[in-house]
Design a protein around this ligand. Structure first.
Ligand code: NAD
Length: 422
């Protein structure tokens, strides 16, 4: 389908007053995350799941049973190997697809979905290389089909209240931000309980980069108007040595375990610094292979004050009661509650069915139903993902600055903020 026809034909159908019908969603990849998101979808009204795909037949059967248990028709299963998702995409009865497969499949599947005229909802990260970022942008621009990376932390209640505070000018002019994805995944996600490599550990052997930048950077993109008023100029990145993976596997399985002795390219902590065209800076930490509790350490700072998620607290000059002393964030969370969360909190059952994930999927489905752009668009998706190839290139060059491509081709100068504007 050509760009001209995608949203205009859809809008015409809406204008003709066709009654709202269920969104028909296919799911590709029903492992841990795909099944979790499917379970949230099944709590929603107005969603049908006509088709499911996974290379693992048992996982498709498990997911089919879940769909049937929710009172819906049994979805057709696509289990004939790695390319069988293309048969699913050939169906004419799907409006959208959710992609929750290993990282290397995200861009090929999202590109194929857009080419098939379907909305693409793709798990994080959307792309792994500069080429993949451009493929997503170019395919979106050629087809008009929207592509949203499912960055759930952009929808967190606290992060959306902070977005309101920033947009209402509480922190003054923003100049700096810090964010991290500090999550020890070596003990449960990169390796299985026997210490065998899962698909994700393969990336730790081969790459040294910030391999999972989107949970840290997701909310920051909208806080700092990246892609709509400002954009990344360049990035420098520094990686520490790689000790955590080997140390964990040695402790747990002994030094003889083959993966305990293996060499991993991935440094334990990667610190990236982004300089924006406006002159602001963003520090991003990758931290996924040393033992530690979960942490994001979001901090955003402007000419009037700052917010710190780790405290959690704010300091706003002229407003905070005590000179240079933090005040609790909780009252601000209430006062600046985002409209999405105000609405969601009136429906307690939705919160118990996923909260942030529920909101993310609800807003994606709303866009599909209303034939509009998704709240996180293709440009946001690639700007959150491009940190991986940028940091990899900088680390390889001894922390040299690496220029960020302008995926909007200059449109960032005139585009207005869209995310969270209601
Ligand atoms: N947003 C979040 O909070 C969050 C949390 C966990 C995982 N994730 C992301 O979700 C994705 C999946 O992670 P996971 O933990 O569910 O992994 P997983 O291994 O549990 O699931 C991946 C599934 O994809 C299937 N698969 C592999 N190749 C396929 C192909 N070519 N066609 C169809 N199916 C295929 C596998 O059989 C498996 O069932 C990853 O990108 C991960 O980063 C996001």
């Amino acid at each position: 389908m050509k760009r001209r026809t995608f949203l205009s034909a859809a809008a015409a159908a809406g204008a003709a007053g066709r009654p709202a019908r269920a969104v028909r969603m296919g799911v590709i990849g029903v492992g841990g995350r795909g099944t979790g998101l499917l379970s949230v979808l099944l709590t929603m009204e107005g969603v049908e799941i006509p088709a499911l795909c996974d290379i693992d037949q048992a996982k498709v059967e498990r997911a089919q049973a879940r769909v049937e248990k929710s009172g819906r028709a049994k979805p057709e299963g696509y289990t004939r190997g790695e390319e069988d998702f293309r048969r699913l995409l050939g169906r004419s009865d799907l409006d959208a697809v959710l992609i929750a497969t290993p990282w290397n499949w995200h861009t090929p599947m999202a590109v194929a979905a857009m080419r098939a005229g379907k909305y693409a909802a793709v798990e994080v990260p959307a792309a792994l290389t500069f080429e993949e970022c451009w493929q997503l942008v170019d395919t979106h621009e050629a087809t008009g089909a929207p592509c949203m990376m499912l960055e759930n932390w952009s929808f967190r209640r606290d992060n959306l209240a902070v977005l309101n505070m920033i947009r209402q000018g509480l922190f003054g002019e923003i100049v700096h931000c810090h964010c991290a994805h500090s999550h020890d995944c070596v003990d449960h996600w990169f390796f299985d309980p026997q210490g065998n490599m899962r698909w994700s550990a393969d990336f730790l052997v081969k790459r040294n980069a910030d391999q999972y930048p989107t949970h840290s950077l997701g909310p920051v993109i909208s806080w700092m108007d990246i892609g709509c008023g400002d954009t990344f100029a360049y990035l420098t990145a520094t990686a520490t040595r790689s000790l955590g993976i080997n140390a964990h596997l040695r402790r747990k399985f002994g030094p003889q375990h083959p993966n305990a002795a293996r060499k991993y390219a991935q440094g334990d902590i990667v610190t990236s610094v982004v300089k924006t065209v406006k002159g602001n800076s963003i520090v991003i930490n990758y931290d996924m292979q040393l033992p530690r509790p979960y942490d994001n350490r979001w901090m955003i700072q402007g000419t009037l004050g700052l917010y710190s998620e780790a405290q959690p607290a704010v300091y706003i000059t002229g407003t905070s009661p005590k000179y240079h002393e933090w005040e609790p964030f909780a009252p601000y969370q209430e006062k600046y509650e985002h409209a999405w969360w105000k609405e969601l909190r009136t429906r307690a059952s939705e919160i118990s069915h996923g909260g942030t994930d529920y909101l993310e999927l609800q807003e994606f489905l709303r866009a599909v139903r209303e034939k509009r752009q998704t709240p996180i668009d293709v440009y946001d998706s690639v700007m959150m993902s491009v940190i991986t190839p940028l940091s990899e290139a900088s680390i390889a060059k001894g922390s040299a600055p690496v220029a960020c491509p302008d995926f909007t081709r200059g449109k960032w100068k005139t585009r207005k903020p869209v995310f969270g504007v209601v």
